[in-house]
Design a protein around this ligand. Structure first.
Ligand SMILES: [Fe+2]
Length: 587
């Protein structure tokens, strides 16, 4: 029999503020007669926790009822896995209006304490989740895992599996691209059928139902479930939670034929709030996700939205290259990229961040955000794909040799002379002109495309004398950079994580696996301020903070094409920064 939702339940569920009251207090009681008691339920999507504070944690699960119904879900949180010491509990209703997701804010907890939690509905109980409140006051160390960019059809989530084996994490920071919006057969899906990881729904995501279905599929993944069940997440979205290269009122992967962008965006964000254990910063606010966390006296973590809330549209090199001559209009480009009005954060969020940086007292000021802040300028010939990195290296060396030949350099060897004679034809006028183009940003979707606002942030951290550590995802490769202001002063560092499964630069540059170290050394040599990169492996990073040091450690897996995998310890790397230095130390 198909049961309908009673009018009373409907009123409870839809009364403005009630849903948020459940989220904000977790103590909104419903007696057990609410909900449809004879509908059997399963919990197919595991449990999760998130946004820990010193005294509260968001607890999450999702009910799968056998028929449409209103389901009363009881939750418990205890200090022991046997639930003999339950410190808080309650009931809440869920139904199809929130996609049967359940989110409560368990309050009145003790700082720096491990907890266990579970949910029960109509006689069925979830597995037990483990979580932790943030510590208060003086602490010796804190350890966070940082990850981003998990594309389900690209391969197994072995990176989540590897992270779930760590038992000393205070939290996982997920910097976005938790899902991807593409249709079956789309981006990075070459092995999806073989791996039995073809996406649901079949099409690209546009509607609320589409986004919900995709989240539901991702959350059936055992590795992702296991990581969520063991450690609290602190998340922000990047572009693919909506669609590729999203900015405030559009996206690269959205056209007029696909309907109203704002409608699509709001549907995507609603599904995000339903499926992620994130606490809204205010009741019913599912648009602003920038927020801060205090981890003892060591770390003030500021999570940012550089993507959806306020970002101006990305610049596009195509608009600066003459269609007739192919010439690059560097002057106009430089003027546009330095425009002080260009924003990623929007004035409100920027002001909020500046205030936070001024008022926070933690040893480390940590920015959890999406795109690379470190300057990544490449020779224009490479950045504009006029030549490959290999060609640039070869032709650049040949041009240097030409200069020495012209100057009659007495140190020229016979071999060099012979090599030049055999290859000088390659240095055509066109090639010479390309080699002389200035260095330009590799990625206009990153902070390089919003340089003035980046400078404002760096100047703020510098003025307050803070130890600034910036985290980034988005690129699918690992990076570590010094952050310098326009005066050339060191004002912070950036650690960026590789992806969980999305392909990186090596895929686009066609870098053979064995050649990765050579390319990595080449790129580090080519990009000022870049101290480390990995252009091959999928992985995540941990950051360990003490009073003296913040240390990033990258962990990589040997494959995502099988669920049998190993960590490649030979590729592990760590880079640190000492308090007061604002400059990386390679170890
Ligand atoms: Fe990504």
């Amino acid at each position: 029999m198909r049961k309908s939702i009673s009018r009373r339940d409907f009123l409870i569920l839809t009364a403005k503020g009630v849903g948020a009251a459940v989220i904000s207090s977790g103590l909104m009681g419903c007696n057990s007669s609410d909900g449809d008691r004879d509908v059997s339920v399963r919990f197919n999507h595991g449990v999760a926790s998130g946004d820990p504070t010193q005294t509260a944690i968001i607890l999450w699960t999702r009910v799968t009822p056998e028929e449409t119904a209103s389901i009363n879900v009881a939750w418990e949180i205890a200090t022991d896995a046997a639930f003999t010491n339950i410190v808080n509990s309650g009931n809440t209703l869920t139904n199809q209006q929130r996609d049967y997701t359940v989110k409560v804010d368990a309050i009145n907890l003790t700082p720096g304490t491990q907890y266990f939690y579970r949910f029960t509905a109509n006689g069925t109980t979830t597995s037990t989740g483990k979580t932790k409140t943030l510590p208060e006051g003086a602490i010796a160390s804190a350890k966070l895992a940082v990850m981003s960019c998990a594309n389900y059809p690209a391969g197994h989530f072995n990176v989540y599996n590897l992270a779930s084996q760590m038992n000393d994490l205070d939290a996982v920071l997920h910097l976005g691209d938790y899902i991807y919006e593409y249709p079956r057969g789309g981006y990075a899906s070459d092995n999806a059928a073989q791996l039995n990881r073809e996406v649901l729904p079949v099409g690209e995501l546009f509607t609320l139902d589409d986004y919900r279905t995709r989240y539901a599929q991702y959350r059936t993944d055992a590795d992702l479930q296991s990581l969520h069940a063991g450690v609290p997440f602190i998340t922000v979205w990047d572009d693919h939670e909506v669609t590729n290269d999203t900015y405030k009122d559009g996206a690269e992967n959205h056209n007029e034929g696909e309907g109203d962008f704002e409608t699509r965006k709001l549907a995507a964000l609603q599904a995000y709030f339903e499926w992620l254990p994130i606490r809204p910063i205010a009741q019913d606010n599912e648009l602003e996700i920038y927020r801060s966390f205090q981890i003892g006296d060591l770390v003030d973590l500021h999570m940012l939205d550089t993507r959806v809330l306020a970002r101006d549209k990305q610049l596009d090199y195509a608009n600066y290259i003459s269609p007739t001559t192919g010439a690059f209009d560097g002057a106009t480009f430089t003027q546009d990229i330095s425009d002080t009005n260009r924003t990623m954060l929007g004035s409100e969020q920027l002001q909020w961040l500046q205030t936070q940086l001024g008022n926070s007292t933690g040893t480390w000021q940590l920015l959890g955000q999406q795109v690379l802040m470190g300057s990544m300028y490449l020779p224009a010939a490479v950045a504009l794909s006029l030549m490959t990195l290999e060609q640039y290296t070869e032709l650049g060396a040949l041009a240097v040799l030409a200069g020495r030949m012209q100057a009659n350099d007495p140190t020229l060897t016979d071999g060099e002379k012979a090599y030049f004679a055999a290859n000088q034809d390659k240095l055509t006028d066109e090639v010479m002109a390309q080699l002389q183009l200035p260095a330009v940003p590799y990625n206009l979707d990153a902070w390089d495309g919003y340089a003035a606002e980046r400078e404002t942030i760096l100047q703020t951290a510098k003025a307050y004398g803070k130890n600034l550590v910036v985290l980034a995802g988005d690129t699918h490769n690992a990076w570590a950079s010094d952050l310098k202001d326009l005066n050339g002063d060191n004002v912070g560092v950036e650690f960026a994580t590789s992806s969980v499964s999305s392909p990186g630069l090596e895929y686009y540059l066609n870098i053979p696996a064995a050649s990765a170290p050579t390319y990595e050394a080449g790129i580090v040599g080519l990009i000022e301020n870049l101290q480390y990169c990995n252009l091959r492996d999928r992985g995540f990073m941990t950051i360990t903070f003490t009073a003296n040091e913040a240390k990033a450690q990258w962990h990589y897996v040997d494959t995502i094409l099988s669920d049998v995998f190993q960590e490649i310890t030979s590729r592990s790397a760590s880079v640190s920064v000492n308090a007061g230095d604002n400059q990386l130390t390679l170890s």
